[in-house]
Design a protein around this ligand. Sequence first.
Ligand code: ATP
Ligand code: MN
Length: 469
Amino acid sequence: MFQTPYPSVASLLASETPRQGIKAAGWVRTKRDGKETAFLELNDGSTQGNLQVVIDKTQTPPAEGWDPLLASIGTGASVEVAGSLKESPAAGQKWELSAMSVVLLGAADAETYPLQKKKHSLEFLREIAHLRARTNTFGAVARVRNTLSFATHEYFQKLGFYYVNTPIVTASDAEGAGQMFQVTTLPLDNVPRAGGAVDYTKDFFGKKSHLTVSGQLNGEAYATALGGVYTFGPTFRAENSNTTRHLAEFWMIEPEVSFIDIHGNMDLAEDFLKFVFARVLERNPEEMAFFNQWVEKGVVETLQTVVRKPFARITYSEAVEILTKSGQKFEFPIYWGIDLQSEHERYLTDVVYQGPVIVTGYPKEIKAFYMKLNDDGKTVRAMDVLVPRLGEIIGGSQREEDLVALEQRLGELGMNPEDYRWYLDLRRFGTVVHSGFGLGFERLVQYVTGMGNIRDVIPFPRTAGNADF
Ligand code: ATP
Ligand code: MN
């Protein structure tokens, strides 16, 4: 069976007993070199803490001598250390590695290595995204992101839902809105034309195509065969909005479930969020303590509370009424019919409910064509889950399962039913009540960690004007 060549620092720090004949490897965070003793703080990314390596320079030196070897090991260097795990006399750590030998694997020049011991700004670290995972903050984000990702699969698998992969390249636009990236192999300096227009029959797919903005429509096809499914994949939106919560490339979790209505959909969203929050609290206590101290004070307690308490559930009309009566001055004046802006959402979550809020029953005009129309003929069974600090984290709905109603809606919106033939087939043949939602994975990571900018919760962010690394 495969084994990694070195035990992780996490496993060493969690050791129950002293151990001899240990070999560890990682990157040096700091070095203190004294006359008789030297200390290295070793980090291998497996945990928030470092392994303290203690070198007794009075013991048999390596061939080149301790001082020259230690002089060549600076912050950022990679080393292999052999020795024994001993109880540490220092406060705050149980174990230290008493070194017998130290091997320099890869040097890092102190003059040019960009990560120095001092605190760097997140803006600066974005410019060195290839190295930022070596910092406490980005290591912690990566580990929490991993937990959330694994917990997502755990949650849906436990329910018996199937993980499906929906296409990245698509010729349909799921929302009828969403700014899309075009995919083409046509020569841009000499596009073929038919009449005046671009002749897309000559393009790779024989029609105009794009990167997907959502896997939902395809997800519905599988939900109406397999019952419960979910996607978890990359999504693209060419929105030129320079905000702290929008990326051009992000990951979306989209469950789609047969036989549940908008109420089941809300229950699923709430239960899912609570499950993954609880998993992070359980599996990443050190990372969460770090975020709690350095990034967002109180984030741990907030999550603990959110896991315990039911989410507030209100209708759009109630939300508008609350906002109107609040007497609060908003940049976008509030009235029935407008889409809730971030400032409105945050007033509801941060001020009124001080926790997550699920809003349902939006005016049909501001929501997508596929959402189930309510009996009032004016509102649809849409649902947005809003959270403090961020606003919308989930957007979903009960889907219109009635063929006639769906065709009528397409007509009203001037959309061509021919383009949605296969989608309408799902209603034509064995239609069922079904619902689903889309959760932006990076917004989830942002919420859990308290990180302020979405660019800092994905390894290599893509935004307008930036696709470096
Ligand atoms: P917003 O109003 O916040 O721009 P939206 O209503 O356009 O979002 P949906 O189409 O409902 O978003 O997508 C579902 C979810 O995907 C959102 O609730 C959000 O969590 C996430 N999301 C949407 N756009 C982005 C983006 N550009 N970057 C990161 N996450 C996004
Ligand atoms: Mn939305």
